[in-house]
Design a protein around this ligand. Sequence first.
Ligand SMILES: Cc1cc2nc3c(=O)[nH]c(=O)nc-3n(C[C@H](O)[C@H](O)[C@H](O)COP(=O)(O)OP(=O)(O)OC[C@H]3O[C@@H](n4cnc5c(N)ncnc54)[C@H](O)[C@@H]3O)c2cc1C
Length: 440
Amino acid sequence: MTDVIIVGGGLAGLLTGAELKRRGRDVVVLEAADRPGGVARTINDGGYLLEPAAGSLLLPTPELTPIFDAAGVRVVEALDGSKRRYVYDRDRLIEIPDSPAALLAPLVPWRAKLRAAREPWVHTEPGSDDESILDYLSRRFGPGMGRMGGTLMAHGVFGGDPARLSMRGAFPRIVAWEDAAGSLVRGAIAKMRSRPKDEPRVRKTVHVAPDGMAGLADDLARYLGDGFRPGRPVTAVERTADGWSVDGEFTTRSLILALAPRRAAPLLPDDVSEVVDRGVTAPVAVIGIGGRAADVPLPIGFGALIGPDAGLHALGILFESQYAAGRAPAGHHLAKGIYGGAADPGVMERTDDELVALMIEETSRVIGIPVQPTWTRVVRQTPGIPQYEVGHVAWMREIDERLVAHPGLHLAGWGYRGIGVSGLGIDAVRLADAITDEGG
Ligand SMILES: Cc1cc2nc3c(=O)[nH]c(=O)nc-3n(C[C@H](O)[C@H](O)[C@H](O)COP(=O)(O)OP(=O)(O)OC[C@H]3O[C@@H](n4cnc5c(N)ncnc54)[C@H](O)[C@@H]3O)c2cc1C
């Protein structure tokens, strides 16, 4: 009997497996594909390194850093360029300073800025306990800033629609500030002040994996050793007298399905499956264009988020080679565009050639100079990015309630409690704690 079996060797399964191993547990990760990493499968071609999913992460964190240290995961700080961020809207590329001066950036008219500045003193009753990002930010900061901020947050993180994504589901920590203090700004300040004076201030910075996320996944799999089993698609899990059986071959007290909700549903007991199967995802296309620096003259920076009045299909364009070393051959640049999602599903009907042409046209508009790439690549992510729509919090609660009847069974992955790698790290620790508590 294995202590813990994890089905799915994407970043969620690998991080949870590594955290359990770090705590001395006997853990096996069963992965259907012949390599670890799931959607985060780096493309390494002709000197270009394209990340079709996670491409960077903020470190240190109290959850990820100990896992990375134990597993010997190679990550390095991003180049200084990562500190320069832009928004493209109404035909302008606007740099957003990495300081409170960001509030002065010309993203919205002055009237909207003045309304937003009143947030700490505005008393507003939520329309419901689970508001959309657009409703929530408009209520707190006014409609102008709400529309701008909501679009950037929804497009930038979820490829989602700000009118459909749940603020409480997608950004729970921000909502907690208002819950605690009646205002986001006052809540954030109170949180900062609650930090003990002698505790050093840890500043998180953007980090990248030198061999891409595929290299990071390889490092985690190597740490798991024999515990990582590629080429092992799981087809059935069953309850036994003292735990769970997997494909009739493995038995365990604690079973974690680290799969996209739609992939987990067929393996789950019926009462959990019918709820999990309602998880919403949206396909996205990730488009890379590279070429000589003179032909793809990207500004120094992390990239540009696209505002609501830009008139572009792109949700964001990242200046990959300008913030991460080794993403393009010497003297060359690489840009990465994100298209589609719940924000713009229609664009996914275009062919790969049409998408590349669109990316070239829109990158040229964003940087104000025509780009002429010699290297292009389109990766379609299907089923795509989970959408934490209004109702997500209630959906999660319902899943947790149903899981109570199935001791030892757990769910992990970006479909549930956090869309990015930091969220997966937090969840890995939560799961390791839960398994320890249940004596599994
Ligand atoms: C375009 C894009 C950009 C992103 N950018 C960032 C970023 O910059 N920073 C960040 O932190 N995050 C980012 N993310 C999110 C990040 O990539 C995800 O959070 C993470 O990769 C999800 O990992 P997962 O393990 O939850 O899911 P998956 O990667 O989907 O892993 C699930 C695994 O389960 C396996 N599997 C499926 N069925 C079975 C079965 N029956 N038996 C065994 N195995 C099975 C699959 O093969 C897969 O390997 C981005 C995502 C996208 C799409």
